[in-house]
Design a protein around this ligand. Structure first.
Ligand code: ATP
Length: 255
């Protein structure tokens, strides 16, 4: 069974007074199997963040269905939703969503605190993640004391520490220099190798070429999908670049 199914999802934003309507997603269909690593690409405004917000249940589709582990999300009651979300999803948002009055470590622990975990367990889980992300020395600092790139890595640690079945990441390498970006991608590949499913929105061809599948969104629809198969990262990089060229030229579907 697919882990995630997106069926005929449409999203229309309506301005407060009902004047302007923006069709952010027209008709999105795809499914994700357990253990996949999928990158989502597309031009600015093509609907990528809207899609991720819907998958994260931060927003509802205007019509269509999102089915996670066989459950139609629209049927889950508000009361049950936050526990369901916590058990299944880890998020890395573009603007990090860190709490300013908490240290970085407490920000990372927050989802585990909410699910009632013991402190020793939290420390044990954090150690290898913090090492991989190179944030061990800053854990007692507050968000306003560190750089954007460091905040981003903390947000990644907070998503990974709950060992979610699916990680949803919006531009996770956006605020990172190339070395930190590479480390993060290595970490994503390693958690994916251990069985976690990743959906990552990215503008970076380099980041996308570490995924096993790249989904291109154009005008609120899935325009094309590339599968890695036996391609190396370099070959994948080239194929993604070629597809983006066609996409930006407003071209036909590529085969
Ligand atoms: N809350 C909102 N209200 C009205 N329109 C919105 C809202 N959020 C997004 N939009 C519009 O929906 C469309 C899709 O936006 P979205 O942010 O999903 O694109 P994106 O592909 O993630 O872009 P980017 O790569 O720049 O982050 C855009 O036309 C955007 O202006």
């Amino acid at each position: 069974m697919a882990l995630l199914e997106v069926k005929n999802v449409k999203k229309i934003y309506t301005t407060r007074f009902g004047g302007n309507k923006v069709e952010a997603l027209r008709d999105v269909n795809f499914s994700v199997e357990p253990g996949e690593y999928v990158a989502i690409m597309g031009e600015s405004g093509s609907g990528k963040s809207t899609l991720l917000n819907i998958l994260a249940q931060l927003d509802r589709p205007t019509s269509g269905k999102v089915i996670l582990k066989g459950r139609d999300l629209s049927t889950i009651k508000e009361k049950e939703m936050s526990a369901f979300r916590r058990q299944n999803l880890g998020f890395v948002f573009q603007d990090f969503h860190l709490l300013d009055t908490f240290t970085l470590k407490d920000n990372i622990f927050l989802p585990l605190v909410l699910s009632g975990r013991r402190y020793e367990e939290m420390e044990q889980r954090l150690a290898p993640i913090a090492r991989h992300l190179g944030i061990e020395k800053i854990l007692e600092k507050y968000p306003y004391e560190v750089s954007g790139g460091q905040k981003q890595r903390v947000a990644v640690a907070r998503a990974l520490i709950i060992k979610p079945q699916i990680i949803l990441a919006d531009e996770p390498t956006g605020a990172l220099d190339s070395k930190a970006a590479q480390e993060l991608l290595r970490l994503f590949s390693s958690v994916n190798h251990d069985g976690q499913t990743i959906l990552m929105v990215t503008h970076s061809v380099k980041a996308a070429s570490s995924a096993n599948r790249v989904m291109f969104i154009k005008d609120g629809e899935v325009f094309h999908q590339l599968y890695r198969g036996n391609l190396t990262d370099e070959q994948m990089y080239q194929k993604i670049s070629d597809t983006l060229t066609v996409l930006e030229a407003g071209g036909e579907h590529v085969e």
